[in-house]
Design a protein. Structure first.
Length: 262
C-alpha cells in the first residue's frame, strides 16, 4: 500500500526503530519507494539481497512473520505513532541518563552550566518530537476559503492586525498571521520606539496580546516607555523626576489602560 508508506514516512524515520534489522528494513522500503517502484515482499527481498543482505534483517522468514502479524494497513498511522512514541521515550531516557552523569561529574562546571546542558538535552528530544508531514490541499481548503471570506468582509482594506499607522496599514493590509516582519534601519533612527508604539496600539486599542523580548532594555524601562507614550509624558522629565501634577494624572490614566490590556 503506497499511500500507507507515505503516511508512515511522515511520522517516523529509520532511527526510531529499536532493532537494527528493522532500521535496515525501513531504510530499504524508503529506497524502493524513492525510486518510484512498488514496495512488496518480492521487491523488498530483492533490495535487501542487493544491498545489506537479507540475513541482516532476520531472513525471509522474518519478513513473512511481519506480514502475518499485521495483514492490513488499516491502522498504519496508529502503529507508526506507537513506534514514534517509544522512540521518543528512549531518547528521553538517554537524555535523563546524560543529565545524571553531568550532575554526578559536575567538576568545574557551575550549576547554571549544568542546568543549561540539561535544558538543551531535553529540548533536543522535544524538538525531534515536533515532526510535521505533508498536508493535502483538501485538508486546508475549507479553512482557506473561510479566511478569504473574512478578508472580503473586512472594512477599509485592513485584513490583518492594524499597526496604528493608517497609511502603512493601507499599504500592508495589516500584520497577517504567520508573517515575519523585520524592521531595519541605522542606529538611533527610532526602530524600538516604532515597534513599542505598534505593540501598544495592538494591546490597548485592539485587545491583541503582544510579547516583547528585548536585549537592550530592562522590563522596567520598557514599561516606562509605554507609560510615557500612552500618557503623552516627556520621558526626560519622567527620568529626572520633574513631572507636574497634570502629567502625573495622565501617567496614572495610562497605567490604568496598560493594566487592563491583554
Amino acid at each position: 500500500d503506497q499511500d500507507a508508506l507515505i503516511k508512515v514516512i511522515e511520522i517516523v524515520d529509520e532511527s526510531m526503530f529499536y532493532r537494527e534489522g528493522n532500521r535496515r528494513l525501513f531504510k530499504a522500503m524508503v529506497r524502493i519507494f524513492s525510486r518510484g517502484d512498488v514496495v512488496d515482499l518480492i521487491t523488498l527481498k530483492n533490495e535487501l539481497e542487493n544491498t545489506d543482505g537479507l540475513g541482516t534483517v532476520g531472513g525471509a522468514s522474518y519478513l513473512s512473520d511481519l506480514l502475518d502479524a499485521v495483514p492490513t494497513a488499516a491502522n498504519i498511522t496508529y502503529h507508526a505513532q506507537i513506534v514514534r512514541n517509544k522512540a521518543m521515550l528512549r531518547r528521553l531516557i538517554d537524555a535523563a541518563s546524560g543529565i545524571i552523569r553531568n550532575v554526578q561529574g559536575q567538576g568545574e562546571k557551575s550549576v547554571e552550566e549544568v542546568l543549561d546542558e540539561a535544558e538543551r538535552s531535553v529540548f533536543r528530544v522535544a524538538e525531534s518530537h515536533d515532526r510535521r508531514g505533508f498536508v493535502r490541499v483538501k485538508e486546508i481548503l475549507h479553512r482557506t476559503m473561510e479566511n478569504i471570506e473574512e478578508m472580503q468582509e473586512a472594512s477599509g482594506g485592513i485584513t490583518g492586525s492594524p499597526s496604528g499607522f493608517p497609511d502603512l496599514d493601507l499599504m500592508t493590509t495589516g500584520f497577517q498571521k504567520g508573517d515575519l516582519v523585520i524592521v531595519a534601519g541605522r542606529p538611533a533612527m527610532g526602530k524600538t520606539s516604532w515597534i513599542l508604539n505598534v505593540a501598544q496600539s495592538l494591546a490597548i486599542n485592539h485587545d491583541t496580546p503582544v510579547a516583547i523580548f528585548s536585549l537592550e532594555m530592562s522590563k522596567e524601562q520598557l514599561v516606562q516607555r509605554f507609560l510615557c507614550a500612552e500618557g503623552k509624558v516627556d520621558a526626560q522629565k519622567l527620568r529626572q523626576g520633574r513631572m507636574n501634577e497634570e502629567e502625573w494624572k495622565r501617567l496614572a490614566v495610562a497605567a490604568g489602560r496598560l493594566n487592563t490590556a491583554p
